[in-house]
Design a binder for this molecule. Structure first.
Ligand code: SF4
Length: 320
């Protein structure tokens, strides 16, 4: 058994307990681990998975020093290593600019954070500090003030970071004209997150943002950035049926947008929800694979953000 075959099961569990030597634990301000006990990136050299650290986890990662490690799940044991991160994930400086949010998406911990806004100076220093071990820069942000205000901060940061001459990906809540402004700045890829498979679930889980604005930004982005450069996170496990998830995937792919199907990490006010099963993660990812191929989309070309990282998802073209 290799890590690729075990990945759906590990995504269902989502956690690991660390034993042996100390190893690098990442503390996130965005993504599924935001504000938690930290996480580790385990790899066997081909496949990568991000697991939240939890002393009660049935999955064990034994660390041997020098990043070497072994992952044990039931009778299965896989040799590999703990990957060092740039910022937030391996080989990237994935930075959250505003660590707070005026919206209240129920799965998200960002609104509960202290609301610090990182200055362009600080972010430039952060990227400088890891420049020798990253291949791209990814920027995200909660919404502090308004989407327009936040976009201005992001644009200021992008201008500072262009001197590194590596691809920059941006995932923010879009205002009117955001895709155009990011495209003119030379951003490589954008991700605007639909978050839920259906409009009704969006109203229930994400009070505040307008789903229609996100669809419009995605549509416009494909015209500007082209196929394989526009992404959207959709969370699996918020109460949608398989048919609803498939219909959302079909629609995104038909429009030239790559869906990032993210197994739910119960957090925020959804702590009593369950992570989706390995079988469901695999079934939906196989459907996604077919739709990507049918529409000429290719995950392996991603330059930035989650589809390049693959830590939290089963990514067709990379993991299956
Ligand atoms: S897949 Fe995305 S959210 Fe998950 S660790 Fe990688 S960059 Fe972060």
């Amino acid at each position: 058994m290799n890590l690729r075959l075990l990945k759906p099961k590990l995504l269902e569990t989502g956690t690991a307990r660390l034993t042996g030597d100390l190893c690098e634990i990442e503390q996130s301000h965005a993504g599924p681990g935001a504000g938690g006990a930290g996480s580790v990136f385990f790899s066997d050299g081909e496949t990568r998975i991000r697991l939240s650290v939890d002393e009660e986890s049935p999955v064990e990662i034994r660390c041997f020093g020098n990043d070497l490690a072994e992952l044990k799940s039931g009778d299965i044991c896989i040799s590999g290593f703990i990957e060092p991160v740039g910022w937030h994930c391996p080989k990237q400086a994935y930075i959250t600019i505003s660590e707070g949010c005026i919206f209240g998406c129920r799965f998200c911990n960002v609104p509960k954070q202290k609301g610090r806004i990182k200055s362009p100076d600080l972010i430039e220093r952060m990227v400088d500090a890891v420049a020798d071990r990253i291949e791209c820069i990814s920027l995200t942000s909660g919404v502090m003030g308004s989407p327009k205000e936040d976009e201005k901060r992001v644009i200021e940061v992008i201008k500072r970071l262009q001197r590194f001459e590596i691809p920059i990906g941006v995932s923010i809540y879009p205002a009117e004209g955001t895709p155009e402004r990011l495209f003119e700045l030379g951003v490589s890829e954008v991700k605007f997150n639909l978050e839920t498979a259906t409009e009704n679930l969006f109203k229930e889980i994400c009070p505040g943002p307008e789903r229609e604005e996100i669809w419009e930004a995605l549509n416009r982005s494909v015209e500007l950035f082209g196929k394989n450069r526009v992404f959207s996170n959709v969370i699996l496990g918020l109460g949608e049926t398989d048919e609803e998830m498939k219909s959302c995937i079909r629609e995104l792919c038909r429009m030239g947008i790559i869906p990032v199907i993210r197994p739910l990490t119960p957090s925020g006010s959804l702590l009593d929800y369950k992570r989706p099963s390995a079988e469901r993660i695999l079934k939906i990812s196989e459907f996604l694979k077919e739709e990507l191929v049918k529409n000429g989309l290719d995950n392996s070309r991603a330059l930035t953000m989650c589809t390049k990282c693959t830590g939290c998802d089963l990514v067709p073209g990379r993991d299956l």
